[in-house]
Design a protein around this ligand. Structure first.
Ligand SMILES: [Fe+2]
Length: 225
C-alpha cells in the first residue's frame, strides 16, 4: 500500500520535527504494512523551495534506506493564483515528478473555487488530487462530482473515519466510489501519527469491495522508479 500524503520529511514544514520523530513514524508505517510513502511537504505561493526539498529528500533517503519502504518526493500545494505557472516552470513539485499534483485549498468558501481550479490544472495536463476533501464543508453535494468530471481525484484522511462529523460525507462518497485515496497526512509521532485503523475497520465493514483499492496494491508510482 502507498500512503500518498505524509509530512515525514523532517524539519521542512509543520510535520516531523526531527529525524528521530520521523523514525518513530516510520515504525508505525512498518507496523501498518505500508510499503510506499509519498513525502508531501507543504508548498505555497510564499514557500516553494523545491531545490531545497529535493536536497533534503536525497539525504533523507540515505538515512532511511534500511526500512522496507519505498519513498517518493512530492508536495502538498496550497492553491494560489499563479500555481499553474509555477508548476510549469518547475518551481513547484508534482508527485514523483509525474503529472499528479496534491493540492489543498482554503477552508473559507470565498477564497476557493475547487472545481474551477481543478479544471484549470487538468486542462494544462496535470492530474490534481484534492487533499482531505472532507475538510471543505462549503462544498455542495454536486461539487464532488464536478471536481471528478473536471479531471480531479479525491483524497480523504484516514483520521476522518474516527470523526463522526465526517462519516456522512465519507459514506456518500464511498457509495459512489468517488474517493481515490485514503491517506495518513501524518505530521508527528503523537496525535497526528500514521493510523489507518478506523479507516480499515470502516471500509472492511461497510464497503468490503473497496478494501483492495485503498489498502492493497494502490501504488500508481511503482513502475516509475
Ligand atoms: Fe497535509
Amino acid at each position: 500500500m502507498l500512503d500518498i500524503h505524509s509530512h515525514i520529511l523532517p524539519g521542512v514544514d509543520d510535520g516531523s520535527k526531527s529525524m528521530e520523530m520521523t523514525k518513530n513514524i516510520l515504525s508505525r508505517y512498518v507496523e501498518e504494512g505500508i510499503s510506499a510513502v509519498m513525502c508531501t511537504p507543504h508548498q505555497s505561493a510564499q514557500l516553494r523551495r523545491s531545490a531545497v526539498l529535493r536536497e533534503r529528500f536525497a539525504l533523507f533517503k540515505e538515512e532511511v534506506s534500511s526500512y522496507p519502504v519505498d519513498f517518493y518526493l512530492g508536495s502538498e500545494i496550497y492553491y494560489y493564483d499563479g500555481m499553474l505557472a509555477d508548476l510549469k516552470s518547475g518551481e513547484l513539485l508534482t508527485l514523483n515528478d509525474t503529472s499528479y499534483v496534491l493540492v489543498e485549498f482554503s477552508t473559507r468558501a470565498e477564497l476557493a473555487n475547487i472545481p474551477d481550479a481543478v479544471y484549470e490544472l487538468s486542462l494544462a495536463g496535470y492530474k490534481p488530487i484534492v487533499a482531505h476533501v472532507e475538510r471543505y464543508d462549503y462544498l455542495e453535494k454536486s461539487s464532488y462530482e464536478e471536481i471528478i468530471s473536471n479531471g480531479g481525484m479525491l483524497q480523504v484522511n484516514s483520521s476522518s473515519f474516527g470523526k463522526k462529523e465526517h462519516l456522512g460525507l465519507l459514506k456518500r462518497l464511498l457509495k459512489r466510489d468517488m474517493i481515490s485515496f485514503i491517506a495518513s497526512d501524518a505530521h508527528s509521532d503523537g496525535r497526528r501519527n500514521v493510523d489507518f485503523s478506523a479507516a480499515r475497520k470502516f471500509i472492511a465493514k461497510k464497503f468490503p469491495a473497496l478494501v483492495q483499492k485503498f489498502f492493497g496494491d494502490n501504488n500508481i508510482f511503482a513502475s516509475q522508479t
